[in-house]
Design a protein around this ligand. Structure first.
Ligand code: 13P
Length: 258
């Protein structure tokens, strides 16, 4: 179970799914089913649904995130969406550097770093995604990859700047594949990430930083993942699109320790 000073966070990344009507239906059902969850809850609908979903989230029990942003505030960047636009649409958080953005849309350590700077400047809680591919894991390069991604994303900040940052460890081989990392694999990676952050920015920041696991999280496996000491929450893709399953994930259960 996560340390008591880190509030667990469960975030649903809807990716490129959900028309407006489906978005409204899903959010209404999530709100109806919430009963003092052990975690903070975030949903990340596609850009087109942000404003309608925002209207439904006014009581603050569930917070709103976007799935990406541009680093400039405005200008000639056709197709992009900026931090002020996300704030205007009601977002409090933003996912950055998702592996699908890195793989299909050219996000790099440099652009993720710029986006992080912009997110913090606009007071959006950044959820920075990192994770190795299967090839990298099999070549024993997992830790090297994570180190490079962490150093790249977090370069050039002071520790105090990064207090709100959330990291999401999402092994690429576990995303959308049904092959979840084992709780031990997740714990090992999360502990490594926390130690890296401690080495770069000090133990104070690292101990407070929430590290989420992402990759085929389901109602069936969330409890054991969340029982790991350095797993502070989950970034959920497919299983966040159905209210009943997402609600079960939000209300995860970990054994009570005496
Ligand atoms: P799945 O839960 O569908 O594997 O997706 C994980 C993910 O990429 C969340 O950002």
């Amino acid at each position: 179970m996560t340390a008591p000073h880190r509030r667990p966070l469960i975030a649903g990344n809807w990716k490129m799914n959900m028309l407006l009507k489906d978005s409204v239906d899903l959010v209404r059902k999530i709100l109806d089913g919430l009963s003092s969850p052990p975690a903070e809850v975030i949903v990340a609908p596609p850009f087109t649904a942000l404003t309608v979903v925002s209207e439904l989230l006014k009581d603050g029990r569930v917070r709103l995130a976007a799935q990406d942003m541009h680093w400039e505030a405005s200008g000639a960047f056709t197709g992009e969406v900026s931090g002020p636009m996300l704030k205007d649409a009601g977002c409090q958080a933003v996912i950055l550097g998702h592996s699908e953005r890195r793989r299909y849309f050219g996000d790099t350590e440099t652009t993720v770093n710029k986006k992080l700077r912009a997110a913090l400047a606009h007071k959006l809680v950044p959820i920075v995604c990192i994770g190795e591919t299967l090839e990298e894991r099999e070549a024993q390069r997992t830790f090297r990859v994570l180190e490079t991604q962490i150093k790249g994303a977090l370069a050039g900040f002071a520790p105090a700047d990064l207090a709100s940052v959330v990291i999401a460890y999402e092994p690429v081989w576990a995303i959308g594949t049904g092959k979840t990392a084992t709780p031990d694999q997740a714990q090992e990676a999360h502990l490594f990430v926390r130690k890296q952050v401690a080495g770069l920015y000090g133990d104070g920041l690292a101990q407070g930083m929430r590290i989420l696991y992402g990759g085929s999280v389901t109602p069936e496996n969330v409890d054991t993942l969340m029982s790991q000491p350095d797993v502070d929450g989950a970034l959920v893709g497919g299983a966040s699109l159905k209210a009943a399953g997402f609600l079960r994930i939000i209300h995860f259960q970990t054994p009570v320790r005496n």
